[in-house]
Design a protein around this ligand. Structure first.
Ligand SMILES: NC(=O)c1ccc[n+]([C@@H]2O[C@H](COP(=O)([O-])OP(=O)(O)OC[C@H]3O[C@@H](n4cnc5c(N)ncnc54)[C@H](OP(=O)(O)O)[C@@H]3O)[C@@H](O)[C@H]2O)c1
Length: 371
C-alpha cells in the first residue's frame, strides 16, 4: 500500500514569503498536501486550488496546538519573529512535530535554541534559520571557509536589498526594530558586542561592477550563535554581517538606532508608511536580477567570495526553506530530534547545493588574488 501524502502547514502562508514557499512546494510535485494558516488566510489569492486555507490567530495557543496536531511538518513563515519569539516552536515541540522556520531575529534565535533539550526529549526536530540570512548566507560562508586551510583575517556576509520589490509588513518591522545602538560580531569565535556607529562609519561594499561602493548597515545575525560550533569557523578571526538598503537615506540610521521614547509607536508608524509607499511605487515595474548575497573571507594573499543573484531576496528565502522541506520529505534529512541550524551535519550541503543548482542558483566560490 502506498504511504498517504505528508501534510505540510505553512503558518503565515498568505504573507510575502509564505506564498512563495507554497508556490515552490506545490511546484516540486511531491506527494504532499500543502495548506496555509494565518489570521486572514481565507482572503489569500493566487494560490494553487488544492491548498486549504485556515483562518487562525496564532496567539491562541489552544487552537494552534489543535491545528498543528493535524500536520506532519509545520513551516513557520509568520512574523515578526521578534514578537512570536519561540512560542510557536514550543507548540511544535509539545505536539512532536517537525518544524522549519525562516527566523532572522537574533533575540528569537536565543529563545529557539533554548528548546534544544525539550525538543530532544519530546522527539521533535526544529530546523531553524532556513531562509536567506541565516540559511543561504551561512552556506555561502561555509563554502568560503572550506576552500582552503588558511586562517582568514576577516570576513563577512553582505546583502543588497533593492527597493524594486515589495516587502512583507513583518520583514519591514523586523528590520526597523533591529536598528539599535549596538551589534554583535564574531571575534575569535566569540560573540562580541560593539557600537553600531563605530563599525558603520565609512563602511562600504562593492558587490560587482554595477553595485559599487554601497554604504552598509550592520546587524546582529543569528549565525553568530551557531557558527562558533562549526569547526571551519575557527579559521576566521573576525566576522560581521551587513546589508545595503537601496533608497534608504543613511542619515536616518543614527536617529533610528538612538530612538528611545515612543520607540515601538514610531517604528509601527514607519513600518505602515514604508509598506504603503512601496505598494504605490512598485506595482507593475519590471524587476532586475541582482546580486543579493555575498560572503567573503580575506586571507593573506587573496580574497575568496561566494555570491548569489536573484530577482528578489524573498525568492531566495522561500527557496531555501522549500528545498530544506523537500529534503525532509524525501528522507534526505534524517529526522533527528533537537534544534538544528543549516551548519548542522544532518543537512547534506552537497545535496542542498545540487538542489539550488536545479533551481538556477549556482553556489561557486571565487578567488581574487592580491599582489
Ligand atoms: N531568514 C530570512 O532571510 C528572512 C527573509 C525574509 C523574511 N524573514 C522573516 O520572515 C517573516 C515573514 O516575513 P514576510 O515578509 O513574509 O512577512 P508578511 O508578508 O508580513 O507575512 C507575515 C505572515 O504572518 C501572519 N501572521 C502574523 N501574525 C499572525 C497571527 N497572530 N496569527 C496568524 N498569523 C499571523 C500574517 O498573516 P495575517 O496578517 O493574515 O495574520 C502573514 O501571513 C518575518 O519575521 C521576516 O523577518 C526572514
Amino acid at each position: 500500500m502506498k504511504n498517504p501524502p505528508k501534510r505540510v502547514l505553512v503558518a503565515g502562508g498568505n504573507g510575502v514569503t509564505g506564498k512563495l514557499i507554497v508556490r515552490y512546494l506545490t511546484g516540486f510535485k511531491l506527494p504532499v498536501q500543502v495548506d496555509i494558516a494565518a489570521r486572514t488566510a481565507l482572503r489569500a489569492q493566487n494560490l494553487p486550488e488544492q491548498v486549504r486555507k485556515i483562518d487562525i490567530d496564532f496567539q491562541n495557543k489552544k487552537a494552534t496546538s489543535a491545528l498543528f496536531r493535524q500536520y506532519d511538518i509545520i513551516i513557520l513563515a509568520i512574523g515578526p519573529f521578534d514578537i512570536f519569539k519561540a512560542s510557536l516552536h514550543e507548540i511544535c515541540v509539545s505536539e512532536q512535530k517537525i518544524c522549519i522556520d525562516i527566523n532572522d531575529s537574533y533575540e528569537a534565535a536565543s529563545e529557539i535554541y533554548k528548546l534544544k533539550k525539550d525538543a530532544e526529549h519530546h522527539q521533535s526536530m526544529i530546523l531553524t534559520g532556513m531562509g536567506l540570512a541565516p540559511g543561504l548566507t551561512t552556506l555561502l560562508l561555509l563554502e568560503v571557509l572550506q576552500q582552503n586551510n588558511e586562517t582568514a583575517q576577516s570576513g563577512g556576509v553582505r546583502m543588497f536589498f533593492s527597493n524594486g520589490i515589495n516587502s512583507g509588513k513583518a520583514s519591514i518591522y523586523t528590520m526597523l526594530i533591529n536598528f539599535i545602538s549596538h551589534v554583535f560580531i564574531l571575534s575569535n569565535g566569540k560573540a562580541y558586542k560593539t557600537l553600531s556607529k563605530k563599525i558603520e562609519k565609512d563602511a562600504y561594499y562593492t558587490f560587482n561592477e554595477s553595485l559599487k561602493h554601497k554604504p552598509l548597515i550592520y546587524y546582529s545575525s543569528p549565525e553568530i550563535q551557531t557558527l562558533p560550533l562549526n569547526k571551519d569557523c575557527s579559521r576566521i578571526r573576525q566576522l560581521d554581517f551587513a546589508f545595503h538598503l537601496e533608497g534608504m537615506p543613511m542619515n536616518i540610521i543614527p536617529f533610528l538606532r538612538g530612538l528611545k521614547i515612543f520607540r515601538k509607536t514610531i517604528i509601527k508608524f514607519l513600518c505602515k508608511s514604508t509598506y504603503k509607499k512601496q505598494k504605490k511605487q512598485q506595482s507593475g515595474q519590471p524587476v532586475e536580477t541582482l546580486v543579493i548575497a555575498s560572503a567573503f573571507g580575506q586571507f593573506d594573499n587573496c580574497i575568496k567570495h561566494c555570491q548569489v543573484s536573484s530577482k528578489s531576496s524573498y525568492e531566495l528565502t522561500a527557496l531555501t526553506a522549500s528545498l530544506v522541506a523537500e529534503m525532509v520529505l524525501k528522507g534526505e534529512i534524517v529526522e533527528t530530534n533537537g534544534v538544528h541550524s543549516i551548519e548542522s551535519d544532518i543537512i547534506s550541503k552537497p545535496i542542498l547545493k545540487t538542489r539550488f543548482e536545479r533551481e538556477g542558483i549556482k553556489i561557486n566560490p571565487e578567488i581574487v588574488n592580491q599582489s
